[in-house]
Design a protein around this ligand. Structure first.
Ligand SMILES: Cc1ncc(COP(=O)(O)O)c(C=O)c1O
Length: 403
């Protein structure tokens, strides 16, 4: 019997791999100094760890450009806002999808209302998939960016980012991919897929802590600085340095957060090696083997839930059908019960942690017709979900149905 059965990995992963906790603790104690500022040995070593993490993340995401373009920020929301406001100008047009999270929907709404930017919102089919051809049809001469959520945090639908990238590459627009639900879950090939700006968050599939995230800015893409301030370099200059990463990063870094990402990257590499990756391969190639294993582990947990829930008459399952590309996130509802009520019962009576509600993605619930039920009940198995968790989740849902 566990204290909690955790199915809220789409919100944030729990637990993290053990080396993440250990290295964060150890590095914060030994090198908890201001990196890249003071020039003493400890500060230089802290800076070296940051540089190494930029390199590891760049390789992990299939980015062959300068690792200085791997940017750190607080989280994906911070980076998405920075990217959009650093790229868009009044009179521009942007394309988003109705599968987006509020970290895209709300900035787009504000740009539209307050900054003379027109927005096209592409729909999705009933299982949550966007048609790349509809993006092609929506391109206008002034389309500056196309923003797509790689995998839905409501339905788990995994979009064909390579096909979308191909469409956008044929235009003058930039392709921004929100990888919050896919980074550390499926391999991502930034250069190959034509992603111009890749936005990531650290605390989900990348197994870092909260408070760290960022973006990778493709070569030849210039984004205006999101804010200006101290960078530790060229302090005499009255203006923000032009070079990356200083252009995009002002103020003291979240060193423990970056240490967490660093340790997690090494954990992925170790996992890849133990799952058949050739040790002489690149960090990206080695981690691809890890991601194949992570994805298989997580989606087979989801399949277990789908099989069990499908056998219960009053459970409705949303999202991809058999064989359609997905991540582990699964949304359901039980009869006409409001999602928040089911979430509260799962928590209080069965110690099952899920996320009920709209999941910061209101348009998805408009598409699914679940707004009036206060959204859906979201089960998001993670890499560390085990058979005891799955059994408890299924029994808990059965018991709510039978009550
Ligand atoms: C698809 C998607 N985009 C963006 C975000 C925002 O991430 P963060 O809260 O870390 O900024 C989330 C987090 O729930 C998400 O699932």
């Amino acid at each position: 019997m566990k204290d909690n059965y955790y199915f809220d990995n789409a919100a944030t992963t729990l637990p993290k791999p053990e080396p993440v906790y250990q290295f964060m603790d150890q590095f914060f104690r030994s090198h908890g100094v201001n990196p890249g500022r003071s020039g003493h040995e400890l500060a230089v070593e802290a800076e070296m760890m940051i540089i190494e993490t930029r390199r590891l993340l760049g390789a992990f995401f299939g980015f062959g450009g300068d690792p200085a373009r791997v940017i750190f920020s607080q989280n994906a929301t911070d980076s998405m806002n920075a990217a959009l406001s650093g790229i868009l100008n009044p009179g521009d047009h942007m394309i988003i999808t109705r599968m987006e999270h509020n970290c895209v929907l709300r900035p787009a709404n504000h740009f539209e209302r307050d900054h003379d930017i027109s927005v096209t919102r592409i729909g999705a089919d009933s299982t949550g998939f966007v048609d790349p051809e509809e993006i092609r049809r929506s391109i206008q001469p002034n389309t500056r960016v196309v923003v797509v959520n790689h995998a839905s945090n409501v339905t788990g639908s995994l979009q064909d980012a390579a096909a979308i990238g191909k469409v956008v590459r044929e235009t003058d627009a930039l392709f921004i991919l929100d990888t919050c639900q896919t980074a550390g879950v499926v391999p991502i090939a930034m250069d190959e897929w034509g992603i111009d700006v890749l936005v990531y968050t650290g605390h989900k599939g990348l197994f870092g802590p909260m408070g760290i995230g960022g973006m990778i800015v493709g070569e030849n893409i210039e984004i205006r600085p999101p804010r200006t301030g101290g960078t530790g370099v060229n302090s005499i200059s009255p203006f923000q340095p032009e070079q990356y990463p200083y252009r995009m990063e002002s103020g003291t870094h979240c060193l423990p957060g970056i240490a967490g990402l660093n340790a997690a990257q090494k954990w992925f590499a170790e996992l890849g090696r133990s799952h058949g990756a050739d040790s002489s391969g690149s960090h990206g190639e080695i981690c691809a083997a890890a991601l194949a294993h992570v994805h298989e582990t997580e989606t087979s947990a989801t399949q277990h839930l789908i099989d069990a829930f499908s056998a219960i008459d009053s459970v409705k399952i949303y999202g991809p059908g058999p064989g359609q590309p997905r991540v582990s996130t699964l949304s359901i509802n039980i009869g006409k019960l409001p999602a928040d009520q089911v979430g509260a019962m799962l928590d209080a009576d069965h110690a099952v942690c899920v996320r009920p509600g709209l999941h910061c993605a209101p348009d998805v619930h408009e598409l699914l017709g679940t707004v009036s039920q206060n959204g859906t009940v979201r089960f998001a198995p993670g890499y560390f979900t085990d058979s005891e968790d799955l059994q408890q989740a299924v029994e808990a849902v059965r018991s709510i149905v039978e009550d």
